[in-house]
Write a protein that binds this ligand. Structure first.
Ligand code: NAD
Length: 323
């Protein structure tokens, strides 16, 4: 079976591609390399079952070519990461909404099952934590550009559920801060990637705000497992799943953990959000998933502890990003 992974040269996508190849599938990657890198696929680039197409998912001809011979789709291509969203909210909305709409329409035409990557950002500032998939959402005003990403992903989810009502086999995964080797310091799970880069260079770890904001982090291998189950299990179709770990940690504590695990005695530097992202930036104090639906329907539970995941990530950082 050939599987299309859009955004397959990105952080999560490249791990998903490796896993699919290991499982014996043929894989087509469609990626425009705006956020991802071919080096992310370095270990499998010459694999005989891998086809890489460099192009824009919103281009109909490119998308049609990417779908040739494909029987299942994982749609991960998106503009990701606060710095990129703030730099170009228009492109964020265009790629994240039009790209998804086109992928869903193409899958519906060909009767292909599809799994969409969404984000815990859709919970916005949150109403209650841990947040469950059916909870109400609380996004900020459209005058604050960061919410463009959340709004785009939310519209993707609406499109997916609307298509599910038309009979499309579609599932949605809402990732909660995925981290691990190859994470992009400018991307979504940027805080761990940034700390790793800074520790490697012997620079202070920059914590935005007072660092009391809490997050939960999921190691990429676990996120890929959850994604595969959501993409393959027929009972997943028509559902949205939180893919995360129930344990939360403040960014301050995370910085301490990174210092301990990397053994680098770098200081921690607190930077106001306004300095990092400009005036009016809105941050959410907590973000932690309710994971019972993924456990019940997918039999999925994240297994890698934060300590273990940080150790593995640092190991990769030390070897592959040194210098
Ligand atoms: P990433 O930036 O590494 O991957 C996204 C990929 O999409 C990149 O390789 C990029 O080049 C590609 N892309 C962007 N625009 C494209 C276009 N027009 N055509 C083709 N390819 C295009 O980010 P990631 O962290 O691997 O995220 C993967 C997916 O998971 C995204 O949909 C993202 O919104 C979602 N997500 C990630 C996280 C996280 O913690 N990493 C959290 C929530 C949601």
């Amino acid at each position: 079976m050939r599987i299309l992974v859009t955004g397959g040269a990105g952080f999560i996508g490249s791990h998903l591609v490796e896993r699919l190849l290991q499982e014996g599938y043929a894989v087509t990657v469609l990626d425009d390399l705006s956020g991802g890198r071919l080096e992310n696929l370095g270990a499998v680039r010459d694999h005989p079952r891998l086809r890489i197409l460099i192009g824009d998912v919103t281009d109909p001809v490119t998308l049609r070519r990417a779908l040739e011979g494909v029987e299942r789709v994982f749609h991960l291509a998106a503009v990701v990461g606060v710095p990129r969203v703030l730099a170009d909210p228009l492109r964020t909305i265009r790629v994240n909404v039009r790209g998804t709409e086109m992928v869903l329409e193409a899958c519906a035409e060909r009767d292909l099952p599809v799994c969409l990557a969404s984000s815990s950002e859709v919970y916005g500032k949150g109403i209650r934590w841990p947040a469950a998939e059916e909870d109400d959402l609380r996004l900020g005003s459209p005058t604050v550009a960061r919410w463009a990403y959340a709004a785009s992903k939310l519209l993707d989810e609406h499109l997916a559920l609307a298509w599910a009502r038309q009979g499309l086999r579609v599932s949605v995964v809402r990732y909660f801060n995925v981290y691990g080797p190859r994470a992009d310091p400018d991307g979504y799970g940027y805080v761990i990637a940034r700390f790793m880069d800074q520790a490697l260079r012997g620079e202070p770890l920059t914590v935005y705000g007072d660092g009391r904001q809490a997050r939960s982090f999921i190691y990429v291998e676990d996120a890929v497992e959850g994604t595969l189950r959501a993409g393959f299990l027929p009972k997943a179709f028509g559902w949205i799943f939180n893919i995360g770990r129930a344990e939360e940690i403040s960014i301050r504590e995370l910085a301490e953990k990174v210092r301990a695990i990397t053994g680098r005695s770098v200081p921690v530097r607190f930077v106001p959000f306004s300095e990092a992202y400009g005036p009016g930036f809105e941050e959410t104090p907590r973000r932690v998933p309710e994971v019972s639906r993924a456990r019940a329907l997918l039999g999925f539970e994240a297994r890698v502890t934060l300590d273990e995941g940080l150790r593995r990530t640092w190991e990769w950082w030390r070897v592959c990003r040194r210098g």
